[in-house]
Design a protein around this ligand. Structure first.
Ligand code: ATP
Length: 481
């Protein structure tokens, strides 16, 4: 568990600014430590690996899918289940193409691309060494490559002036591949919430302020994907659109900042590795009036974990104009009709799960041996419990293990493992973050008690078999409180 969260006041300066925190360094020095653990233990695999892989797509293995599902559940609990004012939605990935024209994505959802004249490699300008943090005005300057003396990081070749590259994937709907049938794979879930604003508001009878939460796949043809699951071309988002009165927008924006920070801290991210960073006016996306990111200190620097945006009336206003549908809200208290403003919290379960993995990674020496563990919040851990026999040759011991596991599995992910000696079994469970191990030994057959071992303290206690399920469910509940 980390200390109670401390969230510094978010910056509100006109230029891009981050809350001033001393660099705590990353929780794990080398990204490779996490990438290899993820592959070895079945969290994340490269997609289509037997064919040499496909760039920037990753598959979640047996443990990864549990972790990511738990992250999504934890977000849904905080954003929908525990609130009266936010409801869920699951809109389609494919939408009417007009949506993306109106939203501004067809015209301006693009990144600055430069190409090497010799090796033909392509880069996102602002990710080249020497161009990080380049202002958006500079990114648009055709002479910027020359002015900064930028060269290809691969072969030192000359780079082209930047040109805008649209990040949306296109596909075709219907049997004929013709322009009229072009549709886009959504690059964000948000638009599904905007076009359903009226449907959701009227069917759920919500009054302002209220929100629509969605979790789902999005696609971006990123120019320079990388850093494992940090930047992929196919990924998931967890986005919430909160509809408010225009005069409440600034206050409500400020209220969401600590809430989102606290969510990461509550699930185990050390607050010292979080900071807020405000977007500079020329960095703001085309829809945004104000944007502040929650950033995490990844092994590759401070990077966005989630963005909190004041989108004003840009989205509903434009959709009303383009569709001809009235998207105004009628406030019965004041008898006013108006277009609500939108405060958005935009994060993703891939980046969040990645962060929880990195920040929970522990290496220590125990009795002269290296011990690796993931101190994951119990709610996020892929398995809550492992049931282990001390002697797998004793059928009564194995039978009792299965009985305990059968009792637990209706309520939680519980596994049985007898493929190694007990010390090794503990180490394996530590490495995948299982909070509790239950060991059945010869004495259990006599005294009807088992040993419950705690992942973080490594303490062991004797518990009667009948009390085991209650003990674990109570501890799980306590971890959520
Ligand atoms: P970045 O500046 O990192 O490209 P962004 O500002 O474009 O991100 P948003 O459009 O605000 O990101 O997307 C909201 C969230 O969706 C991000 O905070 C991140 O968690 C997730 N996300 C966006 N793009 C990707 C991606 N390519 N791979 C994984 N997650 C992503």
């Amino acid at each position: 568990m980390t200390d109670p969260p401390v969230h510094p006041a978010a910056p509100t300066t006109p230029a891009a600014a981050a809350t001033p925190v001393a660099d705590p360094g990353p929780a794990v020095a080398a990204l490779d430590t996490i990438v290899s653990l993820a592959k070895r233990r079945g969290f994340v695999f490269p997609s289509s690996e037997i064919y040499g892989g496909i760039n920037a797509v990753w598959d979640y293995g047996p443990l990864g899918v549990e972790l990511k599902n738990n992250v999504k559940r934890a977000w849904w609990r905080a954003m929908v289940q525990e609130r009266d004012d936010i409801v869920g939605l699951d809109a389609g990935i494919l939408m009417a193409p007009q949506v993306w024209v109106t939203s501004g994505h067809v015209a301006s959802f693009s990144d600055p691309l430069v190409e090497c004249g010799t090796c033909r490699r392509r880069y996102r300008l602002d990710e080249l060494p020497g161009a990080e943090g380049l202002s958006v005005t500079d990114q648009k300057d055709p002479g910027v490559v020359e002015r900064l003396g930028l060269r290809c990081p691969n072969d030192g070749g000359p780079l082209s002036p930047p040109r805008r590259f649209n990040l949306m994937f296109k596909t075709y709907m219907g049997p004929v591949e013709e322009d009229a049938a072009v549709v886009y794979l959504r690059p964000e879930t948000a638009q599904g919430s905007y076009v359903n604003f009226k449907n959701v508001q009227q069917s759920s009878r919500k009054k302002l302020p209220f929100g629509i939460a969605q979790i789902g796949k999005s696609f971006r043809n990123e120019i320079s994907p990388g850093n494992f699951v940090f930047r992929m071309r196919e990924f998931e988002q967890m986005e919430m659109q909160y509809f408010v009165r225009p005069d409440d927008a600034a206050r409500i924006f400020d209220e969401w900042l600590p809430r989102r920070w606290d969510w990461y801290a509550r699930y185990g991210v050390d607050s010292r590795r979080l900071r807020f960073r405000e977007h500079a006016p020329d960095e703001l996306a085309h829809y945004a009036k104000k944007a502040i990111d929650v950033e995490y200190r990844f092994p590759f620097g401070w990077k966005e974990l989630e963005g909190i945006h004041n989108r004003g009336d840009f989205d509903l206003g434009n959709h009303q104009r383009a569709s001809g549908e009235n998207l105004e809200y009628f406030d019965p208290a004041t008898e006013e009709h108006f277009i609500p403003f939108i405060i958005e919290t935009a994060g993703g379960p891939d980046r969040a799960a990645f962060t929880f993995l990195i920040d929970s990674y522990r290496e220590e020496e125990v009795r002269g041996e290296k011990r690796v563990s993931l101190a994951l919040h119990p709610d996020l851990a892929p398995y809550k419990v492992a049931v282990l026999p001390l002697l797998k040759k004793r059928p009564e011991i194995v039978a009792l293990c299965h009985k305990i596991r059968d009792d637990l599995k209706t309520d939680m992910m519980a596994v049985y493992d007898d493929t190694a000696a007990i010390g090794k079994l503990y180490r394996r469970q530590d490495e995948i973050g299982t909070p509790w191990c239950i060991t059945v030994d010869v004495d259990s057959l006599e005294d009807g008690a088992v040993t419950v071992r705690d992942r973080d303290s490594m303490t062991q206690e004797r518990v009667p078999v009948e009390g085991v399920k209650r003990l674990i469910t109570d501890r799980l509940a306590a971890s959520r409180a």
